[in-house]
Design a protein around this ligand. Structure first.
Ligand code: NDP
Ligand code: ZN
Length: 401
């Protein structure tokens, strides 16, 4: 028998074993097995141990902010990994910031996307939390040390060993492209701990934005330990902001939305806000001085933080989640000092809390407002996000990659 025929025989044997293994489709660890590349889209039985997994999606090739189709390979499925066939991925403003180099130079080609949902099509042999066929989601992280205090307390985004591996653009020795590649693609390989379950009563399309926009606003709102009737402000009503309005209102807060887009006012009221303040000029903030208990700002650019925080009462809290160029905000210290407002910033949320927000939204009828688009519409959608025209999250149908 030639090597090639040997390969075919052992591949057939493997396929039989994999199908006998049933739902678990137990797969061996990386490093041994067949040469070549598996086609993940053919289903779990076609993923062989040690083989890179073919994927295709839309990548940035430079900092122009224009994405084009790209075929690439992902790392082989490891013992602790799941392979997810992506159904939908939604567009976060962070995707645009990072691909354009707003936060620093990037390695290209790079596939963005960290609001990812799909179906598990293969699991490594140590995986117990997922089975083939499960509905699953992946957010902003794909790995961490899982041993430090933060990781063991469900805050993997703060891994104290610096081990947080973000979903795209982060150096990853295991990745054939040298960096993590995100969700604007047909599939993803991820350590099982970093995948969450999507319950059946939540559609894939509506689940996707919860993986970043949902958790990033839910986590600081929960951290603020608000009381029913507390007055909560939300600044910037885009993908994150519209989730913040719904989440805070659902917890019993009186929500005040601060928008620069008068055309969003009716929508925002229908999301549960008590009042909409159109900030076409900073002077519009003055009548609201010291009115709120808490404020969350999703504004993605440099802006006058002190002017916005002046609407929070003395000793209240103000959380910044928007991430401007170079992550830099210039703050007028006197503006913060005059009310001793507690200013903080917040980064996404941990995996257990991500699972929590998904169930919370699923069970309480909280659904992001979305528009489903084909992959060919990504560049147009990005321009609309930047121009504040998104209403309120674009969700890409992964069948069109
Ligand atoms: P969107 O573009 O969907 O929403 C941002 C909204 O901010 C806009 O819709 C607009 O709302 C308002 N806005 C935009 N520009 C200005 C401006 N110059 N002055 C005042 N308001 C403005 O973005 P996302 O919701 O997807 O993301 C928001 C920010 O949060 C981004 O910077 C993103 O990178 C960051 N982010 C941070 C995370 C974290 O962990 N901290 C996680 C995810 C995202 P309106 O029309 O109502 O004025
Ligand atoms: Zn995001």
């Amino acid at each position: 028998m030639t090597t090639n025929e040997n390969d075919k025989v052992s591949r057939r044997r493997f396929l039989t074993q994999a199908s006998l293994a049933g739902a678990g489709a137990l797969l061996g660890s990386a490093g041994t097995g067949l040469l070549g590349t598996a086609y993940a889209s053919e289903g779990p039985a076609s993923v062989a141990p040690g083989q890179n997994i073919r994927s295709r999606g839309y990548a940035a090739f430079d900092n122009s902010g224009v994405l084009r189709p790209w075929e690439f390979e992902r790392r082989p499925l490891g013992d602790d990994d799941v392979l997810i066939e992506i159904k939908y991925a939604s567009i976060c403003h962070s995707d645009i910031h990072q691909m354009k180099g707003d936060w620093g130079p990037q390695r290209y080609p790079q596939i963005p996307g960290h609001e990812i949902v799909g179906v598990v099509t293969a699991v490594g042999k140590n995986v117990t939390r997922f089975q083939v066929g499960d509905r699953a989601g992946v957010g902003c992280m794909v790995d961490s040390c899982l041993e430090c205090d933060s990781c063991t307390h469900g805050e993997e985004q703060f891994c104290e060993k610096g081990g947080t591996l973000f979903t795209y653009g982060y150096p990853d020795r295991r990745s054939p492209t040298g960096i993590t590649q995100g969700g604007y693609s047909t599939n993803i390989v991820v350590r099982d701990h970093f995948a969450v379950h999507i319950p059946d009563h939540l559609s894939f399309q509506e689940a996707a934005p919860l993986l970043c926009a949902g958790i990033t606003t839910y986590s600081p709102i929960m951290q603020a330990t608000l009381q029913v009737g507390d007055k909560v402000g939300v600044a910037g009503i885009g993908g994150l902001g519209h989730m913040a309005v719904m989440l805070a209102a659902s917890k019993g807060a009186e929500v005040y939305a601060f928008t620069t887009s008068p055309g969003k006012a009716q929508d925002i009221l229908s999301l549960g806000a008590k009042e909409v303040v159109v900030v076409d000029d900073l002077s519009k903030l003055r009548p609201h001085r010291a009115r709120l208990d808490y404020m969350i700002s999703t504004i993605p650019t440099q802006y006058d933080v002190a002017a916005y925080s002046s609407v929070v009462r003395p000793y209240g809290h103000f959380t910044q989640v928007g991430m401007p160029d170079a992550f830099r905000l210039t703050v007028n210290n006197l503006g913060l000092a005059v009310s001793r407002v507690n200013f903080n910033a917040s980064l996404i949320g941990g995996i257990p809390e991500t699972q929590e927000v998904i169930h919370y939204c699923a069970d309480n009828g909280i659904r992001p407002r979305i528009e489903v688009i084909d992959a060919a519409g990504i560049n147009d959608a990005w321009a609309k996000v930047v121009n504040k025209q998104a209403r309120y999250r674009y969700v890409i149908d992964a069948a069109t990659f």
